[in-house]
Design a protein around this ligand. Structure first.
Ligand code: BGC
Length: 690
């Protein structure tokens, strides 16, 4: 079947509203219930507390409103009280590497089911910030990678997947929480165009999927706290983007009784959104009853929309939190998703897939200590972790193991085998940015040995060396030209080992693509201290200036013509087969979309899937940048050897082929279309005039 992206999204939206309609009209039901509430009953809901779950809002027995039970995080249910009772799924960034709407939907469904079974009706995820800063400690959580359109597209199936399980999703952290350094004080200086063009689209995608809640962030925006910012909350998010759900603060990110600015719920306390403060505001005329009603309406609407209100009694009972909700099915799915998210960066001499009858040396601490997740509220403690070493043994593959601590003996072990696979990796965590992009920074295990030196010396001893890197975002591979094969599986979750064995030995043919650029060197985009981590100011702790505007990630690399020597471009990812592209005719322009069809032929000998990426260069204008920008993509089905499939792609004209100048405006002229297998592997060119 051919599906135009635009049409596919429409289908998605109606699927979402189809499931919503089984719970009646959420607006009408929320309005009717709101009418029955007293002021005190309403005020009990504009603040939360930390109870059995990470966050809670009291229920209302008189009116039959269940409690709101919120829990972290964006890659599975975080249960520190009963560890090992939920699945550690691949992280948000890892899922972004699939470039697959279907994979992301099943990820959302898998997580949502576990939240439901734990009695939680709000999942504090997905995370959607853009990887503006390669060293940002939370990049691993974020589904957008470094591209707003990638985030816009992938967030929709994530939200639908979660919310179809009667669990309200939460799009976070709105907005510009793009660094962890000074996150609780930094003021992010970004103009309207930069916000609408680069940072809002993933949240607009969440809104398009009718996300029930949004979390405002710790930082300030242009000098005003995110959770009391009338411009970004009340105006941009609610009035312009059209968000219908409720805004909750990040934990401790409320600084005032900000209901009039667009904050609906203070989490997790009542320091500011308490009864006394709101009643005083009402008496003084600073707060209106209409604003309170709007906040409560938004919370109730979200609960009605996804079926929280109609769940069988006992569903939201906090005793459910103790249940072990991980299932065989989730573990199987987590394995498939982690394999689908594994990016093949390099495969010289077709060293991969490996021949299991040869002698293979697994080297490096990460062979036996799989790196699963980053740290902080996004981490999940699984019941078990599949390590590469255990998974190989389980699959009946005979490998030797060397922990890599003594580098020369590791090199000797590599030389003694037919192939060496070096497992390297590092971590990052919430609350801090990475000290560098080196593999040697970020985790205890990384300190056992100099991982870069280990790879180089193993590669010097063994030509047939492959590296598997588990990383929380962009990373430096100074040895990239010394090894024959490189795979990255980002933060793969608890099925790390099984999934990588599936890929290494060819049971799964890789089809993932980088959701962000892997640089050649540290700070390659030349961020000045004023841009990151920001400069101190006497009146306002730190300012981080978004003076690069839209030149984030690959847009910067394009604008500066940077070539890749040891790094890898955005969108890059190889397969064990090869693909040939043909454009079927000229792009067609309608009032709403530009559409085109691309035929992809599998010219190799193995079945494989490809991601067709369509980039656009806007006509020259003061409002646009001159670089390519991702505007459509489609992952094919698995194509058989010598088979061709035709995929239809559609770019929505509104927003995606417009520029922001206080509103979306047309940019008349010739648009160039660049279609390819990565941002630097462009196979086809065309143009259209708007
Ligand atoms: C994080 C949020 C998280 C919350 C609750 C905050 O520190 O920024 O992402 O959901 O804590 O744990």
């Amino acid at each position: 079947m051919r599906l135009f992206r635009g049409v596919a999204l429409l289908a998605l939206a109606s699927a979402a509203s189809g499931s919503i309609s089984q719970f009646g009209d959420p607006d009408a039901r929320a309005k009717a219930l709101l009418k029955q509430m007293t002021l005190d009953e309403k005020l009990a809901m504009v603040r939360g507390y930390q109870g059995h779950y990470v966050g809670n809002i009291v229920g209302n027995e008189r009116l039959g409103i269940p409690p709101v039970n919120m829990n972290d995080g964006p890659q599975g249910f975080r249960d520190n009280a009963s560890p090992g009772t939920s699945t550690a799924w691949p992280s948000g960034l890892t899922m972004a590497a699939t470039w697959s709407v279907d994979a992301v939907r099943s990820w959302g469904e898998g997580m949502g089911k576990e939240f439901y079974a734990k009695g939680a009706n709000v999942q504090l995820g997905p995370g959607l910030c853009l990887a503006r800063i390669p060293r940002n400690g939370r990049n691993f959580e974020y589904l957008s990678g470094e591209d707003p359109f990638l985030g816009y597209t992938l967030v929709q199936p994530a939200i639908t997947g979660i919310q179809n399980q009667n669990v309200v999703a939460n799009a976070k952290h709105y907005i510009l929480n793009n660094q962890e350094t000074n996150r609780g004080s930094v003021s992010e200086l970004a103009d309207e165009t930069t916000r609408f063009t680069m940072y809002y689209p993933p949240f607009a995608g969440a809104v398009a999927a009718d996300v029930g809640s949004v979390m405002c962030s710790y930082n300030k925006i242009n000098g005003v706290w995110s959770c009391e910012n009338p411009e970004t909350l009340g105006h941009d998010l609610k009035a312009v983007i059209g968000f219908k759900g409720y805004v909750m603060s990040d934990w401790g990110a409320t600084h005032s009784t900000s209901i009039m600015a667009g904050l609906d719920v203070e989490m997790p306390g009542n320091g500011f959104m308490n009864v006394a403060a709101i009643k005083a505001g009402l008496a003084a005329g600073n707060i209106t009853n209409a604003a309170i009603d709007d906040s409560i309406f938004r919370i109730l609407r979200a609960m009605y929309s996804v079926g929280v209100m109609d769940a069988p009694s006992g569903t939201w009972n906090s005793s459910n939190i103790k249940k072990n909700v991980t299932t065989e099915a989730s573990v199987v799915l987590a394995r498939q998703l982690a394999a689908k998210a594994t990016v093949l960066l390099k495969n010289d001499m077709n060293i991969l897939p490996l021949d299991r009858t040869k002698t293979i040396a697994f080297i490096g601490f990460a062979s036996d200590n799989a790196i699963v997740h980053g740290g902080g509220s996004g981490s999940v403690v699984p019941s078990y972790i599949s390590t590469p070493l255990a998974a190989a043994h389980h699959a009946g593959i005979d490998v030797t193991y060397h922990d890599g601590i003594n580098i020369s003996s590791a090199a000797a072990a590599a030389a003694a085998a037919d192939y060496a696979v070096v497992f390297v990796g590092t971590l990052s965590h919430e609350g801090g940015d990475r000290a560098s992009l080196s593999l040697n920074d970020g985790c205890d295990g990384c300190k056992f040995t100099d991982q870069d030196k280990l790879v180089s010396q193993v590669a010097a001893a063994q030509t047939k060396t492959v590296v598997v890197a588990s990383v929380p975002g962009a990373i430096l591979f100074p040895w990239a030209n010394e090894v024959q094969g490189i795979l990255t599986n980002f933060m793969p979750g608890q099925q790390a080992g099984n999934a990588i064995i599936d890929v290494l030995f060819g049971d799964v043919n890789p089809s993932a693509k980088l959701p962000l650029t892997f640089p050649n060197k540290e700070n390659e985009t030349q961020l000045s201290p004023a841009q990151w981590p920001g400069l101190p100011d006497p009146t306002n702790p730190t300012y981080a200036n978004y003076s690069e505007g839209q030149l984030v990630g690959y847009r910067y690399y394009e604008a500066h013509g940077i070539q890749f020597t040891t790094g890898f471009p955005f969108g890059h990812g190889l397969s064990y087969t090869t693909f040939e592209y043909t454009l079927s005719g000229a792009p067609q322009v309608s009032d709403t979309h530009v559409t085109f069809e691309v035929t992809v032929k599998n010219t190799g000998s193995r079945p494989g899937a490809e991601v067709v990426q369509a980039y656009v260069i806007f006509p020259e204008s003061k409002m646009t940048i001159g670089t390519i920008q991702l505007k459509a993509f489609e992952k094919t089905k698995e194509i058989q050897s010598l088979e061709s499939v035709t995929v239809g792609l559609a770019i929505q004209r509104e927003q995606f082929l417009q520029a922001w100048c206080h509103k979306w405006v047309n940019v008349p002229g010739q648009f160039k279309l660049r279609i390819g297998s990565s941002s630097r592997d462009i196979r086809l060119s065309a143009s259209f005039i708007l």
